[in-house]
Design a protein around this ligand. Structure first.
Ligand SMILES: [Zn+2]
Length: 426
């Protein structure tokens, strides 16, 4: 039994649906009791200490005890090419991404980058990530082996591409099906690991491959499926050329059994009314990747409109198309993108998106992303005065959110003062 003391923050409701004051429970001096990898109790510090007098106590002072961040879309193989200068999506993929991804058939390289990726994400307070691997099964094994060694909840899948990709990075419809199936059977449900069926995006899969992966998903409805959707106008025009029989980009996935509850659609920026209605009806999750969208010049995600429609939305870094491993920086970028659309987001909404909202988008909303009893004890402890610039602003704050917002806008890994994975400090 272990008790952590600090400020505690629990979302009891979705702050996009109810007023922030009703969505959040905050204790200025709170306690969180942990046992056997789970949260046992959350409440005022005095009550928690009195309830468990024999527990070990770690006092985090005035730091904020939050659920660990949940990154709903990332490419761990792109760790070493983050922040590479490029023009647009397709150019960026060909110049930087594909040459680097080609190296992941080497298990030693894959293992080295997987270890580096988790070092970096944990240092930024991210305790769960959903990653694309490369076409190589070795890259999936490396990711899951490293996540398992660290006791993490993690999700990933083999990226499938059998057309419009360099030969060295192409599989086939059959090998994509066979490799994905074997990896799913090897890793899904092992400890806290989940397999995700992963066609990269419509332009790099033939109809046969999309159909094969749709069939695999039909055979394994318990797993998630991730892909990219409507990131850039050039890409959308290309999809229309490649699949003239489809009504639109969403319809391409729909035709092959790749659109339903459990589909994670990365980006989802430029959508028609029909596509939005169909995504909502299907119960897909839309994953907003704001640092990537500005870095690659893709466009402004319609958070306000999509939330009002009742879409299920998660937040993600999209490293290395995204320019930061930090979900704090990602929240700041989501705020800036929403500002450019004239629809500001409240800091509570940003924090919810990076924790409970992303967990919900991954269908893990009952396990991670919330500071409440029975949830898995994956936590990030946030120093709300981690640099002189932040500290002087936070010192003037009169409310919790006024104290948190400077860290959202200006914070980085220095703001992460402790991380717990399955109740153990890492
Ligand atoms: Zn991506």
């Amino acid at each position: 039994m272990h008790i952590l003391l600090g400020q505690t923050l629990t979302f009891v409701a979705d702050p996009f649906r109810v007023p922030v004051t009703e969505a959040v429970q905050h204790e200025r001096r709170g306690g969180v009791a942990l046992e056997a990898g789970r949260i046992l109790a959350v409440g005022p510090a005095d009550e928690i200490r009195a309830a468990y007098p024999a527990a070990t106590v770690t006092d985090h002072g005035s730091a904020l005890i939050s659920p660990g961040f949940v990154d709903a879309h990332a490419h761990y193989p792109q760790t070493a090419i983050i922040a590479s200068w490029g023009k647009r999506l397709i150019d960026w993929l060909n110049t930087y991404t594909f040459p680097e991804e080609a190296r992941f058939g080497d298990p030693a390289h894959a293992a080295e980058i997987a270890a580096l990726y988790f070092e970096l994400t944990l240092a930024h307070g991210t305790t769960t990530a959903v990653s694309y691997a490369t076409i190589h099964p070795e890259s999936v094994d490396a990711f899951f082996s490293e996540a398992r060694r660290r006791g993490l909840r993690a999700l990933a899948g083999k990226t499938c591409m059998d057309t419009n990709a360099p030969d060295i990075l192409a599989d086939t419809a059959q090998s994509a099906y066979d490799d994905s199936k074997r990896l799913l059977e090897r890793w899904h449900g092992v400890d806290r690991l989940s397999y995700v069926i992963t066609p990269r995006f419509a332009p790099t899969s033939t109809r046969d491959q999309l159909a094969a992966l749709g069939a695999l998903w039909g055979e394994h409805p318990e797993v998630l499926m991730q892909t990219h959707l409507s990131e850039q106008h050039e890409e959308i025009a290309w999809v229309a050329e490649l699949f003239p029989e489809a009504r639109d980009y969403v319809d391409v996935y729909d035709r092959f059994g790749l659109l339903r509850d459990g589909a994670l659609m990365g980006h989802a920026i430029h959508l028609s009314p029909r596509e939005r209605a169909r995504l909502k009806e299907a119960g897909a999750s839309l994953i907003h990747c704001p640092t990537s969208n500005t870095f690659i010049g893709s466009g402004l995600f319609d958070m306000d409109g999509l939330m009002k429609e009742g879409q299920r939305i998660g937040l993600a870094t999209d490293t290395g198309g995204g320019s930061s491993f930090s979900m704090l920086r990602t929240m700041a970028a989501a705020y800036e993108v929403a500002q450019l659309r004239g629809t500001p987001l409240h800091p509570a909404q940003l924090w919810w998106l990076a924790t409970a909202g992303s967990a919900r988008a991954l269908h893990l909303g009952a396990r991670i992303g919330t500071l409440a009893p029975d949830y898995e004890a994956d936590l990030a402890v946030i120093d709300l005065a981690s640099s002189p610039a932040i500290a002087q602003r936070a010192a003037r704050a009169e409310t919790l959110w006024e104290a948190v917002f400077p860290t959202i806008m200006m914070g980085d890994d220095r703001a992460i003062s402790a991380v717990y994975v399955g109740g153990t400090r890492v």
